[in-house]
Design a binder for this molecule. Structure first.
Ligand code: DON
Length: 307
């Protein structure tokens, strides 16, 4: 097989004619202005090999991909007690769905749907101010990516706050069941800021590499979490990382992954590599249309599916 850079270049060529496809998220005004013709792909392996294509160095809004990092942080902070407040089953519903919450008495199905992510963020907020909590999340991403220039886009965070009526509804509903401990406005404030984290594909793949390394950053030896925790985060990425399209992603790509409405996807190849792809146009389920296509091609060319 050719080397990784050749494979990544070939994947870029494979999907080139589709670049610009899909529909850019328009429910957050600041996201709707992003040029749909961006495409970036970055792979970093556990041995430190890197390969990039297209706009791999251009920062974008990672949105729901942040939920992977907040879940890791919250599990490290509160441990398995977190599972009393959030489930571990796929929802089969859209990321911002409220339908199951009433029946399940304010305990969200999993930590990656918005309802679950709000509970995770609440767990991180306890004992801290919203500012400090957002700063801790940012510091984690900077440390994991090895890049202190990683930032939060305040314009995107503000735009989310102005249009975040559904998230406010979810948070209030969960709070009514007593499963949010902190003021709704504070939880939302942190959540909107974590969604507005801006990373490039190169930074994001590097930041996710500890999951490929079973909780240990393979390039620095830093221990981020126990192997069992990394395994569980990846299991949830596989089963819930793309909401009601998680089955389709497992079928076509076969890697634990997490999508965001900014058009990014982080995928993990256990013990081998982390991959980040970005293309802002989304499919109906809110996953990057061309990004998912590129991952499918990459997995075909590398044989990296866990199946
Ligand atoms: O909660 C929201 O509306 C967004 N800030 C994040 C949603 C998201 O990325 C869903 N993932 N595909």
């Amino acid at each position: 097989m050719r080397n990784l850079s050749d494979i990544v270049a070939a994947v870029h060529a494979d999907i080139a004619e589709h670049i610009g496809g899909g529909k850019v998220a328009d429910y957050i005004p600041a996201l709707s202005r992003v040029d749909p013709r961006h495409f970036g792909l970055a792979v970093v392996t556990c041995t430190g090999e890197r390969a990039e294509a297209g706009d791999a160095a251009v920062p974008f809004s990672i949105q729901s991909i942040s939920k992977v990092f907040t879940l890791t942080l919250a599990l490290e902070r509160v441990g398995a007690r977190l599972w009393q407040r959030v489930g571990r089953e796929p929802s089969g519903s859209a990321f911002n769905s409220i339908v199951q919450l009433e029946q399940e008495r304010g305990v969200p199905r999993n930590p990656f749907i918005n309802a679950g992510a709000l509970v995770v963020t609440d767990a991180l907020l306890t004992g801290r101010t919203p500012k400090k909590t957002a700063a801790e999340i940012l510091a984690f991403l900077r440390e994991r990516s090895g890049d202190p220039s990683v930032s939060i886009d305040d314009e995107v965070a503000g735009s989310e706050a102005q249009t975040g009526f559904r998230n406010a509804s979810l948070a209030n509903f969960i709070r009514a069941f007593g499963n949010l401990k902190n003021p709704v406005a504070e939880v939302l404030d942190v959540y909107f800021h974590q969604c507005a984290l801006k990373l490039s594909c190169a930074q994001l793949a590097r930041a996710g590499l500890f999951l490929a390394g079973d909780g240990v950053d393979p390039l620095t030896g830093n221990v981020v979490c126990r192997p069992a925790r990394a395994r569980r985060v990846k299991a949830l990425m596989m089963t819930c990382g793309h909401y009601d399209a998680s089955g389709e992603f497992a079928f076509k790509v076969g890697l634990p992954g997490k999508s965001g409405v900014g058009g990014g996807i982080l995928a993990i190849v256990p013990k081998q590599a982390a991959i980040a792809v970005w293309s802002p146009g989304l499919n109906a389920a809110g996953t990057s249309h061309v990004g998912a296509m590129a991952l499918e091609r990459l997995v075909e060319r590398t044989g990296w599916s866990v199946f």
